[in-house]
Design a protein around this ligand. Structure first.
Ligand SMILES: CSC[C@H]1O[C@H](OP(=O)(O)O)[C@H](O)[C@@H]1O
Length: 337
């Protein structure tokens, strides 16, 4: 497939002595870049969602460790600080563990940069492979609904769920693309639509609350989402709202696909109950674009991920292959332990 035609955004760019991040808080209004020269700046960028998306925050954190080494900072506190930036996406911990084992083996800043680049390159390759694997599951002429942003902005490039959609459109399997706006941060409205429009892929935005009605209409045959952590039994944590999409999909006979690299699989977490769900500032719900929209004095509850039980998932696609009807045994066969 013509990757240059479909995938041109690179939100995480290593510049040799600093990390350049596309500020996703400002998209699509403005394309502003932020330069980070210290691990603390990368930590802040991850925590404040300058860079977001499970694989992308792992990659950024790996570069944060390189910066700490270049600056002669103590590496253990830098690793701990980066690790604490966000709790749910296991790619962050996975990338830092990879960097930690290189440090333990005596790697200097240059060797750590090689490892960070490998993490980034492997993610892009995994996404392209998953795109082909996932698209092959989709019958020609299908419609799909996706949630949040799982594209180039959320990864090293091409995307996970959005990668499958790119490959499915390019291969003539997907005729209709719908994206949920993904309240409250609006990753779907602001970021997924930005990527799809740049690619020239026709897509329609829906309000999150229109999803079940869309499924009932027969316009979509698959819901395709990414993941932040997949437990050993296949339970999957992803952006808040994913669980209700899976329930509605099962009710309407719409298939449900999770697409994520193996760095998102956490075989040390037995099931979804054990996944920590990030709680964010209620202000994200009470205001839009910095403008208070809810009456003063009102309170809000703002969990930003939920867990979809494995039983509601038809296929988990990783670069290691497709697991249909995931369960603990099937996961173990692919990922061991
Ligand atoms: C392929 S990215 C996975 C994941 O990251 C998103 O969360 P956030 O925007 O809060 O970092 C979302 O859950 C995506 O599905």
């Amino acid at each position: 497939m013509d990757y240059d035609r479909y995938d041109r955004v690179r939100a995480v760019q290593w510049q040799g002595d600093h990390l350049r991040l596309l500020d996703q808080r400002l998209l699509p209004r403005e394309e502003r870049w932020i330069d980070c020269s210290h691990a603390a700046e990368v930590t802040r960028a991850i925590r404040d969602l300058v860079v977001r998306g499970a694989p992308a925050i792992g990659i950024a954190a790996a570069w944060g460790v390189v910066l700490a080494a270049q600056q002669g900072e103590a590496l253990d506190p830098a690793l701990a600080m980066l690790r604490a930036a966000r709790p749910t996406a296991v790619n962050l911990m996975w990338a830092l563990d990879r960097m930690k084992s290189r440090i333990a083996a005596g790697a200097d800043a240059a060797a750590l940069a090689v490892e960070a680049q490998a993490i980034q390159d492997e993610d892009l390759a995994a996404n392209r492979h998953m795109g082909e694997l996932g698209a092959a599951l989709i019958a020609p002429g299908s419609g799909v609904l996706t949630h949040c942003n799982t594209g180039s902005l959320a990864t090293a490039g091409f995307g996970t769920a959005l990668g499958v959609i790119r490959a499915g459109v390019a291969g003539g399997r997907i005729d209709r693309v719908y994206a949920g706006e993904t309240r409250p941060w609006q990753q779907g409205a602001r970021l997924t639509m930005y990527e799809l429009v740049r690619d020239g892929i026709p897509a329609r935005l829906i309000a999150d609350s229109a999803a079940a009605h869309l499924m009932k209409s027969g316009e979509v045959q698959w819901v395709i989402v990414g993941a932040d952590r997949i437990a050993a039994n296949g339970d999957t944590a992803n952006k808040i709202g994913t669980y209700q999409l899976a329930i509605a999909a099962r009710h309407h006979g719409v298939k449900f696909m999770v697409v994520a690299p193996s760095s998102t699989v956490d075989m040390a977490t037995p099931d979804g109950e054990a996944i920590e769900i990030e709680m964010r500032d209620p202000a994200e719900l009470l205001a839009t674009a910095g403008q208070r929209t809810v009456v003063e004095g009102a309170e809000a509850w703002n969990p930003v991920f939920d867990v979809t039980p494995a039983g509601l998932i038809d296929a988990i696609v990783t670069e290691r292959g497709v697991i249909e009807h995931p369960n603990a045994l099937a996961m173990q066969a692919v990922f061991g332990r």
